[in-house]
Write a protein that binds this ligand. Structure first.
Ligand SMILES: *[C@@H]1O[C@H](CO)[C@@H](O)[C@H](O)[C@H]1NC(C)=O
Ligand SMILES: *[C@@H]1O[C@H](CO)[C@@H](O)[C@H](O)[C@H]1NC(C)=O
Ligand SMILES: *[C@@H]1O[C@H](CO)[C@@H](O)[C@H](O)[C@H]1NC(C)=O
Ligand SMILES: *[C@@H]1O[C@H](CO)[C@@H](O)[C@H](O)[C@H]1NC(C)=O
Ligand SMILES: *[C@@H]1O[C@H](CO)[C@@H](O)[C@H](O)[C@H]1NC(C)=O
Ligand SMILES: *[C@@H]1O[C@H](CO)[C@@H](O)[C@H](O)[C@H]1NC(C)=O
Ligand SMILES: *[C@@H]1O[C@H](CO)[C@@H](O)[C@H](O)[C@H]1NC(C)=O
Length: 712
């Protein structure tokens, strides 16, 4: 109703401005308490409230007014009136009239018969009309706008708007209309806008809209329309530009839907139950500029379902169940500028979805469970270089992995977009490191796996909490098994050494690659939240007693350079950048595991040459030793190994790419070198130590809390 109101105000305002010779308009004083009270909030507009005698009093007053005080719009709210019987406002020239009582059921045929000038706009909203007051309306041949919204109309008859050839706007919303007789609108050749929202129309009632020859704007939202939206759901409406079908129950969009609407530019299907968009669904809607499919059940937009929408500018797919954004979505939409994807289940944006050259002006992705791993790198790059507003860029927020939860994608350094952590919620891989626990040895005799962990002093006393095993799966790691773990450091002979036997129930396969992690609860620390300690191994292949390659190269580590030439000469250059006078211990193993030779070298700029090597492949293991400080051999030992192959060209081995083994004892080689913790308190030298980068993760207290309350 407000729109009629507004449009009348606008219209009358225009009239007022256009009327010459009127310098200042004065609001006529009409007040006769309690029966009527009027005021003017804009010129030429009189708003009145009163009882059933109000209209008579207003009519008399207006007649007696000096003709220079013209009222164009009269808006009356009257009480206790259910019938408008005689002629109203006799002799008064009005452009617009609105009468609401909340009660009017009946309007006498002569009600508008004595108005002095042709009424342009009539509003009878919020009454109880059961039928269109056809007889009363026939005197209003100049009527341009008619508002019968919020009444009790049940059906429209073909004679209802007879003689109202100049109608351009009809509002019939919020009624109970079930049926529309054929030809109800056929003579309204100027009709542009028809509001039928919030009625009881079913799809079978729509065929009589086939005579809307001139209509541009049709609102059918909130009706009882259901089933698939197909080519015949609406008849031919050649000039229709704007169609509202929101809040109905359409279930899908068939190929070639709405064939009879070749000029459609805006279509809203918000709030239906659409789950499938058939291929070529929009075959006949190539002029569409705005498509609103929000709040449906769309799981995927695939193949050719959005084909033909080459003029589409704005697409709203928010509040659906989309899981991924793929190139299929955007490729056909050459002119798309605004894309809304909020509140879906999108975790993946494929790397080819947003290519350079897509000129989106808006893109919103709020409330999606984005998984910020390496697969999002291209998207992140596109996003940060795109010209969409900052607020949109910031709407792209990660949900997983936990370490990146709530992180704004464009603010995450690309090296943190990593693959390999698939079970984020339970992954200890993302936990803060409170104290170092290192895997000291790993023994597998073919049936039983025993892990020996070294626990640093600051974590003692502790109790055990859980054991996790991750399996490497392509480029990812998935949580394979987890088990509660029982122990109490007070009962151990040396609480720094913790033996854990992997339960037989864990289904590990020979040759596959696993990472083992233990979680300890430090009983001595102050706060519960911070009392978890974690240790993880590197990814280890499950092979009995074999040296293994490390899974993930770390970019920062000391440089060991090897050259293994075809004449059997292996040259090892060491340059571990340490200020202290440390030593590097080398051990060279034959393929079968026998120790071939050992050698102690200096950390700085040292070289050693192994000669006359007759096998093609050796394993070279190195370890650091800080001499003269040999007090605790158990302290933080880490041995790194690498395979060297004959005839390889010069190879730069970054410490991170060295293989790491723990199973030397069982092949008869005792390779324990005392290594001073080179990354003790000061972390300056950390990158020079053979420490796996996985153990050094930033703190995420939120996650720890979760872990602490989600006991495994
Ligand atoms: C009507 O208004 C005009 C101009 O404001 C004034 O000259 C005239 O006297 C008024 N007539 C009456 C009956 O008030
Ligand atoms: C409307 O009618 C009711 C009873 O019929 C009465 O109580 C009330 O005062 C009336 N209101 C007006 C504004 O006349
Ligand atoms: C209908 O509108 C046209 C143009 O606005 C006008 O010329 C014509 O007089 C109107 N018809 C009636 C019956 O008022
Ligand atoms: C789609 O329709 C919904 C509901 O009317 C509205 O909130 C949303 O803004 C519309 N989207 C666009 C792009 O207009
Ligand atoms: C970033 O986008 C601009 C255009 O918006 C383009 O010219 C430029 O090449 C892009 N930068 C890169 C690195 O692709
Ligand atoms: C661990 O054992 C010690 C000594 O037996 C005991 O006092 C302590 O309560 C135990 N801790 C836990 C958490 O059970
Ligand atoms: C070695 O480390 C020191 C201090 O950490 C640094 O200043 C120096 O540049 C490093 N040298 C090399 C060759 O990396």
């Amino acid at each position: 109703m407000w729109w009629l109101y507004l449009s009348l105000v606008w219209w009358c305002g225009t009239v007022a401005v256009a009327a010459p010779g009127i310098s200042k308009w004065v609001c006529p004083e009409i007040a006769e308490e309690p029966v009527v009270e009027c005021n003017c909030d804009v010129p030429h507009t009189l708003r009145c409230t009163g009882d059933k005698t109000a209209l008579d009093i207003i009519g008399q007053k207006l007649l007696s007014l000096n003709s220079s005080i013209s009222v164009s719009l009269l808006d009356c709210t009257i009480q206790n009136v259910s019938t408008i019987s005689g002629p109203l406002l006799e002799g008064i020239a009005l452009k617009g009239l609105v009468i609401s009582s909340g009660e009017i059921k009946e309007i006498h045929g002569m009600a508008f018969g004595k108005l002095a000038a042709p009424l342009k706009a009539l509003g009878l909203p919020s009454n109880k009309l059961v039928t269109v007051p056809t007889h009363a309306l026939r005197f209003l041949s100049g009527l341009n706008r008619l508002d019968l919204s919020t009444n009790k109309l049940r059906k429209l008859e073909s004679q209802n708007f007879k003689g109202l050839e100049n109608l351009s706007y009809i509002d019939l919303s919020n009624n109970e209309i079930l049926r529309i007789a054929p030809n109800t609108f056929s003579h309204l050749l100027h009709l542009r806008v028809l509001r039928l929202q919030n009625n009881r129309l079913t799809v079978s009632a729509l065929f009589t809209l086939n005579t809307l020859y001139s209509i541009e704007d049709l609102d059918l939202s909130s009706n009882y329309l259901d089933g698939p939206l197909d080519s015949q759901t609406l008849p031919n409406i050649p000039f229709l530009q704007n169609l509202q079908l929101s809040h109905n129950s359409f279930s899908s969009i068939k190929m070639g839907a709405l064939e009879g609407l070749p000029n459609l530019q805006t279509l809203s299907l918000h709030g239906n139950q659409i789950d499938v968009l058939e291929d070529h669904a929009f075959l006949y809607l190539s002029n569409l500029k705005q498509l609103n499919l929000s709040s449906n059940r769309i799981v995927a937009v695939s193949g050719a379902s959005l084909d033909h929408l080459k003029n589409l500018i704005e697409l709203d797919l928010s509040s659906n169940f989309l899981r991924a954004v793929a190139a299929d979505l955007l490729t056909p939409l050459q002119n798309l500028r605004i894309l809304r994807l909020d509140d879906n289940e999108i975790s993946i944006v494929s790397s080819d979805a947003f290519k350079m050259g897509i000129l989106l002006e808006r893109l919103t992705l709020r409330e999606n469970p984005l998984n910020c791993d390496c697969n999002l790198m291209d998207f992140a790059y596109w996003l940060s270089n795109s010209t969409i507003p900052k607020e949109d860029k910031k709407s792209v927020v990660c949900a997983t992995p936990p370490s990146l939860e709530n992180g704004i994608l464009i603010e995450i350094p690309s090296n943190e977009l990593q693959c390999g952590h698939q079970e984020p919620l339970l992954s200890p891989l993302n936990m803060p490191v409170r104290a170092h626990i290192h895997l000291r040895s790993f023994s597998f005799d073919g049936s039983k796996i025993v892990l020996e962990w070294y626990v640093e002093e600051e974590a003692i006393p502790y109790t055990c909490d859980a054991l996790f095993v991750y399996e490497e799966d392509g480029s990812k790691e998935v949580l394979l098994e987890s088990n509660p773990l029982k122990c109490n450091s007070s009962n151990l002979k040396d609480p720094r050494l913790l033996d854990v036997t992997v339960p037989n129930s864990f289904e590990l396969s020979l040759g596959n690659r696993y990472r083992f992690c233990v979680v300890l609860l430090e009983s001595a620390t102050r706060s519960d939240e911070l009392s978890l300690a974690l240790g993880c191994s590197d990814v280890l292949p499950l092979l009995p007693n074999a040296p293994h390659k490390r899974a993930k190269p770390s970019p920062t580590a000391p440089t060991i350079q090897t050259t293994f030439t075809s004449d059997g000469t292996l040259t090892v250059n060491v340059d571990v950048n340490r200020s202290e006078n440390c030593e590097v211990h080398l051990a060279l193993f034959q393929t079968k595991g026998a120790l071939y030779q050992k050698k102690v070298m200096k950390c700085r700029n040292d070289r050693y040459i192994f000669e006359n090597l007759d096998e093609d492949v050796y394993t070279l293991c190195i370890n650091l030793l800080k001499p003269n400080n040999n007090r605790d051999f158990k302290n933080d030992q880490k041995t790194q190994c690498v395979r060297v192959t004959k005839q390889q060209s010069t190879q730069m081995i970054q410490g991170g790419s060295l293989a790491l083994i723990f199973a030397l004892g069982s092949i008869g080689v005792f390779l324990i070198f005392a290594v001073q913790k080179c990354f003790q308190k000061s972390r300056v030298g950390r990158s020079q130590c053979f420490i796996s980068s996985e153990e050094e993760r930033p703190h995420h207290n939120r996650y720890v809390k979760l872990q602490a309350t989600t006991k495994v």
